[in-house]
Write a protein that binds this ligand. Structure first.
Ligand code: ZN
Length: 485
């Protein structure tokens, strides 16, 4: 937006930022700014008058100290792949986006200690590659790994397909470096596996979605690289049988079970219709599919034999109706591509009402038994596409519009369908946001599902760390003293 329509003090602010960072890293022209204001689902149109791109931690410190002094609202942003609008400025045009993209150094990588210290703007894929080059493995894996950044992964406590064996981002972080809203720096960049010295503050900043400070670097766990990975694809009659297969696979493979994903036939139909090169791994049609991955790190373990034993027993017990084991690494990747493509292809089938829920793993079939008919009763002809990380109890419970329906009419049911699904989730002691966060999308749902004492503590923590309400205002919490521009 043009500076001339803003308060005259903004001219002074711009001059200060340009002196600090250089004009190339202070973007004010609409065509430069646009990509920082649009998010993947295009649900939250944002505007801002300035995007700043600091190149190191000390510049972030100075930016925050200045913003604190002058009451400027700041929106931190990583790779801008978030799905709940947490990284997008509001529509006032008065906020400043601070992009972490130039904080992109891997400061150190220690393959003996199994620790990497990385800045927040490092791409997830770059860290995966650096670990691999050092003979190690960084296990976080997401559809957006080529463009999402470590800082965003930490701020949203990202999950993805590796959680079953390695945990989510909270489980992978040993320490953080954080610039606080008043410009102080907390150096918590420890790499210790054991450290019982009081409150564990790093967990406040992970999952805070940039509302408490800006993570500038992290100390992250690495693992031995798997020697061998085996992938299989199975067709099943019911979600209960998928749960039975999960239980069987776990008892055979234990911690070597590194992936267990559930997909419905409707999702397969969408992928086969819209994903380039997609092929059905199985001959017939099945109501449900499971992708099973095991990883071995010891030459003493025969991966293919282990997976074959699991599926032989599953056949014998009538759990699966058909299955195929990937015969090559490429075929394994092709199976995964079907699963990873499932999110994207839903756009091609019109409107889609989204949920990112989790329930206790053993409750997944019961959840589906209730939620699918409830949605179909509310919108006759709608097409549920529940898929995702069954081994974590996390489903992307998405509902596609009826064939031929009007997209806008269908999407008008968004809140009603959310209410129906979330009521079932809450009844099962589940979560309305398993891995995407709260952001703007679910902010107003939070008070209805969070324990009141927990919610009150969250507001008190926000007030203590960000007393002026300048740090990603109105995200996660509708906090009373946040900037409400
Ligand atoms: Zn997911």
């Amino acid at each position: 937006m043009s500076l001339s329509s803003l308060p005259s003090s903004f001219d002074t602010h711009l001059g200060w930022f340009e002196t600090l960072l250089g004009p190339d890293h202070c973007l004010t022209v609409d065509s430069d700014i646009e990509r920082y204001c649009r998010e993947p689902r295009e649900k939250f149109p944002g505007r801002c008058w300035l995007v700043v791109r600091p190149g190191n931690r000390d510049e972030v410190v100075q930016i925050m100290a200045y913003a604190f002094q002058h009451n400027l609202a700041i929106v931190p942003q990583g790779g801008n792949t978030g799905l709940v609008g947490g990284q997008i400025p509001d529509e006032s045009g008065l906020q400043i986006v601070i992009s972490c993209e130039r904080l992109n150094k891997i400061r150190s990588l220690d393959p003996v200690g199994n620790v990497a210290i990385v800045e927040s703007g490092v791409l997830l894929e770059s860290l995966q590659k650096a670990a691999k080059d050092a003979g190690r493995f960084f296990p976080l894996a997401l559809g957006s790994q080529g463009s999402c950044q470590i800082g965003g992964n930490l701020s949203t406590n990202a999950g993805g397909t590796g959680v079953l064996a390695y945990g989510n981002m909270r489980d992978l972080a040993l320490g953080l470096e954080v610039v606080l809203p008043d410009g102080r720096i907390w150096n918590g960049l420890r790499s210790l596996r054991k450290d019982n010295t009081g409150y564990d503050l790093k967990h406040l900043f992970m999952g805070a979605e940039g509302t408490l400070g800006i993570i500038t670097a992290a100390s992250l766990k690495l693992f031995p690289a798997p020697l061998d990975q085996q992938v299989a694809f199975a067709g099943l009659a019911t979600a209960q049988k998928a749960l039975d297969l999960f239980s069987l696979a776990q008892s055979h493979a234990s911690s070597m079970l590194t992936g267990f994903e559930l997909m419905p036939r409707m999702g397969m139909d969408f992928v086969l219709a819209h994903l380039d090169g997609a092929r059905d791994p199985l001959a017939g049609s099945h109501p449900w599919y499971c992708l099973v991955e095991i990883s071995t790190s010891s030459p003493a373990v025969d991966g293919p034999a282990l997976l074959e034993a699991i599926f032989a027993q599953a056949f014998e017990q009538g759990i699966i109706d058909d299955a195929t084991l990937a015969q090559s690494q490429q075929q394994g990747m092709d199976f995964w591509a079907l699963r990873h493509g499932m999110s994207e292809v839903q756009k091609r089938e019109g409107g889609s009402i989204k949920h990112d829920i989790s329930v206790p793993v053993s409750q997944i079939p019961a959840f589906l038994d209730q939620a699918v008919p409830a949605c179909q009763a509310a919108i006759p002809g709608c097409r549920p596409v529940p898929f995702g990380h069954m081994g974590d109890g996390n489903l992307h419970f998405n509902i596609s519009q009826p064939v031929g329906a009007d997209k806008a009419d269908f999407l008008a049911h968004w809140d009603n369908i959310n209410d129906i699904v979330h009521a079932i989730v809450v009844e099962m002691d589940g979560s309305i946001s398993a891995e995407h966060g709260i952001g703007t999308l679910k902010r107003d749902l939070l008070p209805g599902v969070k324990d009141p004492v927990e919610l009150a503590l969250m507001h008190q923590i926000k007030q203590m760390l960000d007393p002026k309400g300048i740090m990603n205002p109105q995200k996660v919490l509708a906090h009373p003293s946040d900037h409400s521009s």
